[in-house]
Design a protein around this ligand. Structure first.
Ligand SMILES: [Fe+2]
Ligand SMILES: [Fe+2]
Length: 193
């Protein structure tokens, strides 16, 4: 593993916490009374970020933790919770934002994600930091590479949704969850001008 390249990326647990922070902040920007098109743009961005985050965890983080943690009830239900999240995302994508059930469905997604994130942050991430301490950096690098692969086909949609949302600045929070590029680039410049 190239140590220089490794240093550009946050550790895997730090990256997961960053994603959670961005998505929770985006949740807080959702307003029931906002223009339906703006709500739809925010929801689209959040849903894409959640899908990519869940896939990254399932491909990289959960398997590594599974190999060292043994039986773990929280880890055991994580993928089925992602599947329920994906089901709600599909419902939202097939629903008009003016539909009376739109707000309620998004709130259901928000509630599920907040519970799931709480479990990860209080149980799984600390466990990984104990049991996988020497692999966190390497896994962070792996996750960064895979994130760009997964995000690349959606950059156009993401930009469009950022522009549709109002206020635009709030959407940048959710866009950052998907790309998480600024942090990495900033680190690169600070450490390796
Ligand atoms: Fe998760
Ligand atoms: Fe997560």
């Amino acid at each position: 593993m190239n140590p220089l390249k490794n240093s550009f990326s946050p550790s895997v647990t730090k990256m997961i916490r960053m994603d959670h922070t961005y998505v929770l902040a985006a949740f807080h920007k959702y307003e029931i009374g906002a223009n339906p098109r703006s709500k739809q743009a925010l929801v689209a961005t959040v849903c894409r970020a959640l899908e990519i985050h869940a896939q990254l965890e399932e491909e990289i983080f959960y398997p590594a933790l599974r190999t060292v943690s043994g039986e773990d009830a929280t880890l055991g239900k994580s993928v089925s919770e992602h599947d329920e999240m994906r089901r709600l995302i599909t419902v939202l994508r097939n629903m008009e934002p003016a539909d009376p059930l739109y707000d309620r469905t998004f709130m259901e997604l928000m509630r599920d994600v907040i519970h799931h994130v709480a479990d990860e942050e209080t149980i799984l991430l600390p466990k990984a930091e104990q049991l996988l301490a020497d692999r966190l950096g390497e896994m962070g690098t792996q996750m960064t590479k895979r994130r760009f692969q997964l995000a690349a086909p959606h950059v156009g949609d993401m930009t469009y949704n950022v522009m549709r949302a109002s206020p635009a600045a709030s959407m940048l929070v959710a866009a950052g969850a998907l790309l998480a590029g600024t942090y990495i680039v900033r680190r690169a410049f600070v450490r390796h001008p």
